[in-house]
Design a protein around this ligand. Structure first.
Ligand SMILES: [Zn+2]
Length: 453
């Protein structure tokens, strides 16, 4: 009887929450459904083309770009009008390799600190990220589900988040931050700090991989991240190591594809990249130590390269003389190689920064993007961080939490927009100082910053 009552209560509560959801007129964190913003006299960088448009007027209704026209649009009294004065309207920037939960705390804090504090820290960083003009991030590891929910509900200002949830790794792989005293682990008893936080999960067989992948999907992962090779920030993971077996990687790919999404892997070396591709992985993160043959294989198979223009200063996150710092410098030396190969073989290339453990470095997110002009034109650079990055996000398929077009300025697209004081194609350095040069920042139709008011 009690259990029946309980079931009834659950059913009623379930129905209540559904109907409450249906009465909401606009997605939380968005502009109210009827609200209208009119950008007058703007030149558009649309996220695809390499030139700015002539003077245009852009009408945003709710969270969607409704109309783009050279003809005048007469505003209603209740509309918000932004007189662009010939400034550039462009899509919000996208960082496709970001760690919302790991940007500010140091590794030592993460291993010992308070979880409530980490969440508040990540919330503050999310607001700072949005205010740098990054309206979407693809989170490549860390317990970001709660932060994403709070942002989507409008509790915290921050970017859209495509969460991977916990990084999935092997014993001693990249992302295994356990100490020697925590070995051996008892199979089936995930009690390490990193696992309790949801930062990374250790899996040492195809079956364990399946469990961990499905758990992240249950929590709302939009894609699955595995570490196929050694990494910089992990204490016991040599750079040359290939970590998962092909069978383990394939188990992850099957579980993700059964759920309508894909696996991306952290991999620097030719062996780890090639094994991941053989297992059906769709996206390679980093690739800094790759070779010609691997780049050719990626081109043939249409594999995405999601890579980063690492700056040597990023090694400052690690103490002088540490093995982590030495590994960082070795990887960073491959930055020129990876971009040269990406260009040579016309790889589908996405932009990200992968800033870790440093609020100060995160402040330079736009500056890191601008360093791509070493290999690309300013227009190509901006296309990569908007329209192209959005194409990669779309690989999440049915698991995409933000259906609609991102990364472009076109009618019908989601209204994530930046108004730039100047022409960023003529002067890419404008994106290095978002506080000054991004005069308006809109996400999902809602204005988060407007210096022209
Ligand atoms: Zn990363």
């Amino acid at each position: 009887m009690l259990s029946r009552l309980f079931l009834l209560a659950v059913t009623v509560l379930g129905l209540c929450s559904v109907s409450a959801g249906q009465t909401t007129s606009a997605p939380p964190g968005a502009a109210p459904a009827g609200s209208v913003t009119l950008f007058q006299n703007v030149r558009i960088f649309d996220g695809k083309g390499h030139t700015l448009s002539g003077p245009m007027n852009v009408l945003v209704r709710g969270n969607v770009i409704e109309r783009i026209t050279a003809a005048a649009i007469a505003p209603q009294a209740s509309d918000t009008v932004i007189e662009g004065g010939g400034r550039t309207l462009m899509p919000g920037l996208i960082d496709n390799h970001w760690h919302t939960m790991l940007v500010r705390p140091t590794p030592a804090q993460l291993l010992t600190g308070d979880v409530g504090y980490f969440n508040l820290l990540a919330g503050a960083e999310a607001t700072a990220t949005l205010m740098r003009g990054f309206t979407t991030v693809r989170d490549l590891g860390g317990p970001s589900f709660g932060l994403k929910q709070a942002i989507d509900e409008g509790l915290v200002a921050g970017p859209r988040i495509y969460p991977s949830g916990a990084i999935i790794t092997i014993t001693s792989g990249h992302g295994d931050f356990r100490q020697a005293f925590e070995v051996p682990r008892i199979l089936g008893a995930p009690t390490s700090r990193q696992e309790r936080l949801g930062a990374s999960m250790v899996a040492d067989s195809p079956d364990e991989v399946r469990v961990r992948v499905r758990e992240q999907l249950m929590l709302g992962a939009t894609q699955i991240k595995l570490t196929a090779g050694g990494g910089v920030a992990s204490p016991n993971s040599p750079l040359d190591a290939s970590t998962f077996t092909e069978a383990e990687l394939r188990a992850a790919v099957e579980a993700a594809e059964n759920w309508g999404t894909y696996v991306t892997v952290h991999a620097y070396t030719p062996t780890s990249i090639q094994r991941a591709i053989a297992a059906g992985v769709k996206v390679i993160e980093h690739g800094h130590l790759m070779d010609e043959a691997t780049a050719q294989l990626m081109a043939q198979r249409g594999i995405w390269l999601s890579t980063q223009p690492f700056a040597d200063e990023q090694a400052d996150a690690f103490p002088p003389g540490s093995s982590e710092r030495a590994k960082a410098l070795k990887v960073f030396a491959g930055t020129d190689t990876v971009y040269t190969l990406a260009r040579k073989y016309k790889l589908k290339t996405a932009f990200g920064t992968d800033v870790l453990f440093s609020e100060r470095l995160a402040q330079r997110q736009g500056e890191f993007l601008a360093t791509l002009v070493r290999w690309y034109t300013p227009a190509e650079t901006l296309v990569m961080a908007t329209g192209t990055n959005a194409e990669l996000l779309a690989l999440s398929g049915e698991r995409n939490p933000y259906p609609g077009k991102l990364g472009v300025v076109e009618e019908g697209a989601l209204a994530d927009l930046l108004l730039v004081d100047g022409d960023p194609i003529a002067n890419i350095k404008l994106i290095e100082d978002p506080a000054k040069n991004f005069v308006t920042i809109m996400k999902n139709g809602r204005i988060y910053k407007n210096l022209l008011r």
